[in-house]
Design a protein around this ligand. Structure first.
Ligand code: SF4
Ligand code: SF4
Length: 447
């Protein structure tokens, strides 16, 4: 297998030239003091839902496990503040499912569990698995895939490439950019630890070219001759074109390999990790403190003071809004995540969970509540699709619940990047129709 570094990224088709609007890229992140109350839903990852391990009235330390599962594809959930369990309640998640949530009233002390200490030196894959499980680490870039599952590849001899995702191609979102600038030492140590344990021979640090200061910083990391004597870690500059940060696109542009339908990056010898996830491995090795904090980009035309805020996981969005000076004007649209792949919220009374990296608040003008009109068969959605799928056909098959057609069109291969909806001059809600279509297939058309 050729493991050379390409002189420039390989070609990927489709995509969208979305405006960058990285308004907070040059602002240092700010720590938010613990709020009076945090809410920790028992699912903050892909996989099995956790069960609360505490009860109302219990005192909890920050870093203490408060939710756990015996399932392999899951991740424990830790208290992000010290205080008293005020309630075990139910919360409706963005997908509509009702989930148990532990509510903690903070004592304001942020006192960590006294027994927490750094793990013994991590030298093996098994020890790395244990550490990432104990840390409660999941993909912090948005996917929420448990890291111990991602790193526990069956046959590591088949993995030759690690890709660190710093593309951050969604407009407004700058949390990973700030991670690169503010946490370089941990990024470096995390990358080399994962590289050493998995025996990977080639590491790409993939950054969009609209982050020149991060490219300089990360190139210093990659060019460290003591840690990387064989020059196996390199920064690759990607075109600033959405959706370069999508896992399949990233693998294509870095390696020219194509992940098969329904397959995983490991099927083509790759592991992709978000920059904040890899840096967190290093932090955990140093202090043994599990994942309790999250950097979140707060931006949009309706918020007074846009900035990156580091908050205890479980902090309510309304508390972050208050910390950021409140609203300039009543938001007409609140997005959890970027405007392309994020989820619209109907309220700011919702907690930040592990994989959230942005909350955006838009006034009436920017909310872009475009009127939907009839399809004019212009084919722009087809041309925009980076995976050469047929978005308008998905919409029609979804509307008519044509399960055979949905299967034939390979709807499950769609990564819901939103390029088709963005390109559509008729404002058709193609991604919404795709999500509904996928749900038809999962339920056999019952719902
Ligand atoms: S069909 Fe899916 S993958 Fe293709 S552009 Fe639309 S959302 Fe993206
Ligand atoms: S881009 Fe919109 S209007 Fe054009 S074919 Fe696709 S769905 Fe129809």
């Amino acid at each position: 297998m050729d493991l050379s570094f390409p002189r420039r990224p390989f070609h990927s088709k489709g995509g969208a030239n979305v405006p960058h609007r990285k308004n907070t890229a040059h602002m240092e992140s700010v720590f938010m003091p613990p709020p009076d109350k945090i809410i920790l839903p028992m699912q903050q990852h892909i996989g099995a839902i956790c069960t609360p391990t505490v009860k109302k009235g219990d005192y909890v330390y920050a870093g203490q496990v408060i939710g756990n599962s015996e399932a392999y594809v899951s991740a424990p959930i830790h208290a992000s503040v010290s205080g008293t369990v005020a309630d075990i309640t139910q919360i409706t998640m963005t997908g509509g499912q009702k989930i148990d949530a532990v509510v903690i009233e903070s004592d304001g002390k942020m006192e960590f569990e006294p027994s927490i200490q750094p793990p013994a030196e991590i030298k093996t894959k098994k020890e790395l698995d244990e550490a990432t499980w104990n840390a409660g680490l999941v993909g912090l870039g948005g996917a929420g895939f448990p890291s111990h599952v991602k790193l526990n590849v069956k046959d590591e001899s088949k993995i030759d490439t690690l890709i660190i995702n710093v593309a951050e191609c969604e407009p407004y979102v700058t949390a990973d950019h700030r991670e690169a600038l503010e946490n370089g030492e941990n990024v470096l140590l995390g990358i080399y630890k994962v590289k050493e344990i998995l025996g990977v021979k080639r590491v790409f640090i993939a950054v969009e070219e609209n982050k020149p200061d991060a490219i300089v910083k990360l190139t210093e990391i990659a060019d460290n001759p003591e840690l990387d004597p064989n020059d196996e870690v390199r920064v690759i500059k990607l075109k600033s074109r959405y959706p370069q940060g999508a896992e399949k696109i990233l693998i294509k542009v870095c390696t020219n390999r194509v992940v098969p339908e329904g397959g995983l990056p490991s099927d083509v010898g790759c592991i992709v990790m978000n920059i904040a996830s890899v840096a967190f491995i290093s932090t955990f090795i140093k202090n043994g403190k599990p994942l309790t904090l999250k950097r979140v980009s707060i931006d949009g035309s309706a918020i007074k003071n846009p900035q990156n805020v580091i908050v205890p996981i479980g902090t309510k969005i309304s508390d972050i809004v208050e910390f950021c000076g409140g609203y300039k004007t009543e938001p007409k649209k609140i997005m959890l995540g970027g405007p392309m792949m994020g989820t619209a919220l109907t309220t700011d009374d919702f907690p930040i969970i592990k994989q959230n990296n942005a909350v955006l608040f838009f006034d009436e003008k920017d909310a872009n509540l475009m009127k939907t009109t009839a399809c004019i068969r212009c084919a722009r959605c087809y041309m925009a699709c980076p995976l050469s799928l047929r978005p308008r056909d998905f919409e029609m098959a979804s509307d008519s619940k044509d399960l055979e057609k949905l299967k034939d069109l390979h709807i499950m291969n769609c990564m819901e990047c939103g390029c088709c909806s963005y390109a559509c001059p008729a404002g058709r809600k193609l991604v919404h129709a795709i999500r509904v279509g996928k749900n038809h297939l999962r339920t056999g058309g019952a719902k």
